[in-house]
Write a protein that binds this ligand. Structure first.
Ligand code: COA
Length: 161
């Protein structure tokens, strides 16, 4: 079975990596899809997010990374995904996830399955990582080591340094 794991990944965190590694043991292939929410402005370009994910997933042979500016349902169809995979950090994630799952099923006829995040990552988010990095606080326990410098560099770029 092929699962598609969509997200904005701005930046990817250890929580995302945990979900991908666990999913790679459950599914024949995991397609990690870097997408965008139309109203959001991202610190990293689509290409930068894809490149960071590629580097941190080198050790996961049945995971590959794609990116797209369009609808998840279309990308899932194009990639031949059997299911959409999402991680749930706590109950507050559920209402939005259920809405997205219903919409994707309606638009694309594809079901969503959920993995519960490992407890050590349940309070982690990309915006926390960005905020810490902007203040030059340590982020080593939040993101894979391969992308720490990319995140500090992007934060400096964002403030025009
Ligand atoms: N560990 C740590 N953090 C996690 C996590 C995990 N396992 N899973 C989610 N998060 C965090 C992210 O870091 C992010 O934090 P932030 O809000 O502080 O930046 C937050 O949860 C949500 O991230 P993500 O899972 O990437 O979802 P998203 O809401 O940014 O992305 C898309 C949603 C991109 C998948 C969705 O908008 C989409 O499908 N877009 C394409 C267009 C489309 O099809 N629209 C219709 C959708 S029904």
């Amino acid at each position: 079975m092929r699962a598609i794991y969509p997200g904005s990944f701005s930046p990817p965190t250890l929580g995302h990596l945990d979900i991908i590694r666990r999913a790679a043991k459950l599914f024949g292939e995991v397609v990690v899809a870097v997408l965008s929410q139309s109203e959001k402005r991202y610190l990293f370009s689509l290409e930068e997010r894809k490149d960071m994910l590629r580097r941190i997933l080198i050790g996961v042979p049945n995971a590959r990374v794609v990116s797209d500016t369009g609808l998840l349902a279309d990308v899932a169809k194009r990639e031949g995904a059997d299911v959409i995979l999402r991680g749930i950090r706590d109950a507050s994630d559920l209402p939005l996830e259920m809405q997205m799952a219903a919409a994707n099923r309606q638009i694309g006829g594809v079901d969503t399955v959920f993995l519960v995040c490992s407890p050590e990552y349940s309070l982690l988010s990309s915006s926390i990582v960005r905020d810490c990095a902007r203040h030059r606080a340590p982020i080593a326990g939040m993101v894979p080591p391969e992308i720490v410098n990319d995140i500090y560099a992007a934060c400096l770029r964002d403030v025009g340094l």
